[in-house]
Ligand binder design. Structure first.
Ligand code: NOJ
Length: 536
């Protein structure tokens, strides 16, 4: 038995939409998106039918990592607007029933944050231990072999005080020492500041990095490392620098604080295999409400892989652990580029019909593709530092395409990253009018999901896999939907197991299929998917 929909909090029933603020909507012509821009698009987001907006960081930052290097946790970067703009955004979103989730970046600060400036000023500064300082190895080398995700050693030598500091990302992003109670208290105060304002929750950046091995042991080599394919960071297994047992204490503190407020959500960014990922739910609901599940971002796009992954994930969830699914984000290639435009429609149907909270990345709803960025316009430090633009995240961060005019309706100025060449054809304005567009498909799926408890909170029952076709049921109080998806480009069919298949297609990746009957066997063209309401 599943509980009634109204017994489920909003973050279980709803759909999260990720906004990368630099690229969403610019209102002052500087080529960079801003908070008034987001406010101006709330009507669109309400029309689209999402429930919550997660904003990538909007705080003051030198922008070495585009906001993931925070220099003040309780203010707004002037490039995005003012605190008054933020308050207006929060109020206007809430008026429309839209929630606001902020990005919390607690693992590291900017090297320009006053805490770090103090910490690096002398060895006996009271904030010295707020960061991770170590003496050199006897030969003067870094204290251990830990690597930075963005390339090179994770240790930076500080001439003035004669020690190294640890940075899992850029040297401009020193890691905080979460073993220090003062750091914990300071970051919980940051959370309180925003929760008191009324934000609906946090997406916690690199949650699994927060605590490092107390003995700073060397990481072992990764036997599966593929040089030239994987990030150099992946040449070692980060068993001592990430996912330490004590991290769950810290997540527990964040959760207890979040639960002091009504109806808020704690989401964790955690890239780990499923068996380790689900530990971030904590024992008896003491961890994150939603440790992000990135399997759809990383698995090969094959029905057998995905079907198996869903079953495994469902089986691994702790009691009361609510599932979630992410299809794209600002760190990975876009779904339409990974699987192609036609298959991206199938992916949309998968994302919005699996059991669990979906997170949808801005622009995916119009099928935005990765945009090739010429070297001279590259911005992302990951690609630039590694000297290899294959690792650049810029292509997935380009401006939203609103209309066919200059600047795609995103800006009247020069966009901070180039627009896709196809923006005159691929934009919100054009797709709104076209019932066959990706946007219209997203909207129909979102509308169906909002209307049908079976899709929001119903059970998940796998009912078959045949070649590249997979099928499952979602059901609630006798109302049953069958979802059948062809993850391949050629036609396929499937006879669902244990279901008498008689029903009517309510949403199809191809519009012409909607309203038609399904009986006996499901026949799907290549790149085809259907959601069918089964006869009662
Ligand atoms: C994860 C964020 O999603 C990514 O964009 C950022 O570069 C790193 N954390 C470092 O904060």
């Amino acid at each position: 038995m599943t509980a009634a929909p109204n017994q489920h909090p909003w973050w279980q029933r709803g759909v999260i939409y990720q906004i990368y603020p630099r690229s969403f909507m610019d209102t002052n012509g500087d080529g960079i998106g801003d908070l008034p821009g987001i406010i101006s698009k709330l009507d669109y987001l309400e029309w689209l039918g999402v429930d919550a907006l997660w904003l990538s960081p909007i705080y003051p930052s030198p922008m070495a990592d585009y906001g993931y290097d925070v220099s003040d946790y309780t203010a707004i970067h002037p490039i995005f607007g003012t605190m008054e703009d933020f308050d207006r955004l929060l109020a206007a979103a809430h008026e429309r029933g839209l929630r606001i989730i902020l990005d919390l970046v607690p693992n590291h600060t900017s090297d320009q944050h006053p805490w770090f400036l103090e910490s690096r000023s002398s060895r006996d500064n009271p904030k010295r231990d707020w960061y991770i300082w170590r003496d050199p190895a006897p030969d003067g080398c870094p204290p251990n072999n830990w690597l930075s995700v963005f390339g090179g050693s994770a240790w930076e030598w500080d001439e003035k005080t004669g020690q190294y500091y640890y940075h899992a990302f850029l040297k401009e992003q020193p890691d905080l020492n979460w073993r220090n109670p003062e750091v914990r208290a300071a970051m919980l105060d940051v959370m309180r500041f925003w929760l008191d304002k009324g934000v609906d929750g946090f997406r916690v950046d690199v949650m699994w990095h927060l605590i490092k091995d107390e003995q700073f042991r060397d990481n072992p080599p990764n036997p599966d490392y593929r040089p030239g394919v994987d990030l150099p960071y992946d040449s070692l297994l980060p068993v001592f620098s990430t996912d330490q047992p004590e991290v769950h204490e810290v997540v527990g503190l964040m959760r207890r604080l979040t639960d002091e407020y009504t109806d808020r959500v704690l989401i964790g960014e955690v890239y780990l295999p499923v068996d380790l990922l689900v530990r971030y739910y904590g024992v008896e609901q003491s961890g994150a409400h939603l440790p992000f599940n990135f399997q759809l971002l990383v698995l090969p796009w094959e029905a057998a892989e995905i079907y198996r992954a869903v079953t495994e994930y469902e089986a691994s969830l702790p009691p009361d652990g609510w599932p979630n699914w992410v299809l794209s984000n600002h760190d990975k290639p876009r779904i339409a580029t990974r699987v192609g435009e036609a298959q991206a429609r199938v992916a949309a149907m998968l994302l919005l019909t699996l059991r669990g909270t979906p997170t949808l990345y801005y622009g995916d709803e119009i099928g935005l593709q990765d945009v090739p960025i010429p070297r001279e316009l590259a911005r992302d430090p990951q690609g630039l530092r590694l000297g290899d633009l294959r690792f650049s995240r810029d292509p997935a961060r380009t401006p939203m395409q609103w209309e066919d005019g200059p600047g795609a309706g995103f800006t009247t100025g020069q966009p901070w990253l180039p627009l896709a060449e196809d923006y005159r054809r691929r934009n919100v304005k054009v797709q709104r009018e076209d019932p066959g567009s990706m946007l219209s498909l997203y909207r129909r799926l979102l509308e169906l999901r909002r209307r049908e408890p079976a899709l929001q909170v119903g059970g998940y029952v796998p009912v078959g896999l045949s070649g590249n076709v997979m099928a499952y049921l979602r059901e609630h109080e006798g109302r049953r939907f069958l979802v059948a998806l062809n993850l391949g480009h050629t036609a396929g069919s499937l006879v669902p197991e244990h279901v008498e298949l008689r029903g009517r297609v309510v949403v199809g990746t191809r519009l012409e299929r909607e309203g038609s009957r399904v009986e006996g066997a499901i026949e799907l063209a290549g790149d085809d998917g259907i959601v069918a309401l089964l006869d009662g």
